[in-house]
Write a protein that binds this ligand. Structure first.
Ligand SMILES: Nc1nc2c(ncn2[C@@H]2O[C@H](COP(=O)(O)OP(=O)(O)OP(=O)(O)O)[C@@H](O)[C@H]2O)c(=O)[nH]1
Ligand SMILES: [Zn+2]
Length: 220
């Protein structure tokens, strides 16, 4: 949830994307919080002090002393920074004056996210394609949108869909496709401890869904 003060600071793109995710039932489950980033940092630092000392570790050791601070900073400013729409990337688009009507496809976009069930890393690659309508988006902005949604606690299926809907909303076309192949460290480093499996998720819109040839070209 976003309060009125925060809303005023958000970009038009961030607000449009947030609204679209809510409409599609794809928004990350968020509980209303009146806390600022600074207040969240202070509280998490205190709570992590409890976690680390409960584990029996000596917080007076010079290597461990700053760990609660590091974790709180990492959660708020880094790996969960995508929970705050104030961090939504600046989006640059240009008019499609050159009449591009073929697929634009970006491969091997780094996806480093965090599994929301275990708070352990998800590590993979994304492929994103779209067929331009009126606008062409700056290429790096696609990577930045992937990163924004990756920097949340996630399930891979929702991450894939959030990227799809964000791009459809910004590009004003349904003709977008997203695919992610990733290793879940909650599967690799604990639990079943499978070190070889990876997970592929795909979200297709418009002609990528309707046209088998377009779908095949994307997935190839
Ligand atoms: N669909 C989906 N499942 C995920 C994702 N990340 C983790 N999971 C799964 O979430 C499930 C949580 O299952 P639980 O039984 O509640 O947790 P757990 O006891 O730690 O389960 P194990 O991992 O089997 O030890 C596990 O099967 C995980 O593999 C994801 O991105 N998508
Ligand atoms: Zn997990």
């Amino acid at each position: 949830m976003i309060n009125d003060i925060t809303r005023a600071e958000l970009s038009a793109e961030a607000l449009k994307v947030q609204q679209a995710l809510v409409t599609h039932g794809l928004e990350t489950p968020l509980a209303p919080s009146p806390m600022t980033s600074e207040q969240k940092y202070e509280r998490i630092k205190g709570l992590m002090t409890e976690v680390v000392s409960t584990l029996g570790l000596d917080l007076s050791d010079d290597s461990l002393a700053e760990t609660p601070h590091r974790i709180a900073k990492m959660y708020v400013n880094e790996i969960f920074s995508g929970l705050d729409y104030a961090n939504f990337p600046k989006i640059t688009q240009i008019k499609n004056k050159m009449g591009v009507e073929e697929m634009v496809k970006i491969r091997d976009i780094s996806v480093v996210s965090t599994c929301e069930h275990h708070f352990i890393t998800i590590d993979g690659l994304a492929k994103v394609a779209y067929i331009p309508k009126d606008n062409i988006i700056g290429l790096s902005k696609i990577n930045r949108i992937v990163r924004f949604f990756a920097q949340r606690p996630q399930v891979q299926e929702r991450l894939t869909q959030q990227i799809l809907v964000a791009l459809q909303t910004l590009l004003e076309t349904d003709d977008v496709a997203v695919s992610i192949n990733a290793t879940h460290y909650c599967v690799k480093s604990r639990g079943i401890m499978d070190t070889s499996s990876s997970t592929q998720t795909t979200a297709l819109g418009g002609c990528f869904k309707a046209n088998p040839a377009t779908r095949a070209e994307f997935l190839a």
